[in-house]
Design a protein around this ligand. Structure first.
Ligand code: PNS
Length: 169
């Protein structure tokens, strides 16, 4: 049985992530879609919220488990006996960070490969951060995330604005 991990922050999951996840399920027998901590990012949604979005968005796929792991990706991969960690590659701009991460992960655990998947053309520019930014100015993100994520973004960003106002008053 060939196991793969699709790791990420998923803050929130986008159709770009889902495209890569779906394609991974066709190649591997079992796919773990795993939320890990990225110390460089302060997230908008809680782990529980992000997991709920992922579970809902992948409910139609049989060979998927969505989880959270607080630790190193390579340790998680070892626990799951994974042969691959799948990352979507959008543009040249992704390359340097991904190269660093894949190289470090290979040093830490040479038994698991990082596999890059080119994102489909229509999602080449898409990222969670751009979705959050557009949503924060009231823009329509319904083409890029499931409807319940778009709705949750509105609610969360409204809460954030209120918190900000309360802090300033
Ligand atoms: O969606 P992201 O933020 O690009 O995903 C990055 C993530 C969460 C996969 C990465 O930060 C990660 O693997 N975090 C877990 C801790 C870890 O293993 N760090 C070493 C990476 S070289």
């Amino acid at each position: 049985m060939r196991v793969a991990i699709c790791p990420g922050s998923f803050d929130p999951v986008t159709y770009g992530h889902l495209d890569v996840i779906r394609r991974a399920t066709k190649i591997f027998d079992q796919v773990y879609v795993t939320i890990l901590n990225n110390p460089a990012k302060r997230t908008l949604f809680t782990v529980e919220e992000r997991l709920e979005f992922l579970r809902r968005a992948t409910a139609d796929l049989g060979n998927i488990t969505c989880e959270y792991f607080d630790g190193l990706l390579v340790d998680y991969a070892r626990q799951k006996n994974a042969v691959a960690m799948v990352r979507g590659l959008r543009a040249v701009s992704d390359f340097e960070a991904e190269f660093k991460m894949a190289s470090m992960n290979r040093n830490l655990n040479p038994d698991v490969e990082t596999v890059f998947m080119m994102t489909s053309g229509e999602y080449a520019f898409l990222s969670s951060s751009i979705v959050r930014e557009v949503a924060s100015y009231g823009g329509d993100v319904s083409n890029w995330v499931p409807s319940y994520v778009a709705e949750a973004l509105k609610v969360k960003l409204r809460e954030r604005r209120q918190e900000e106002r309360d802090r300033q008053s």
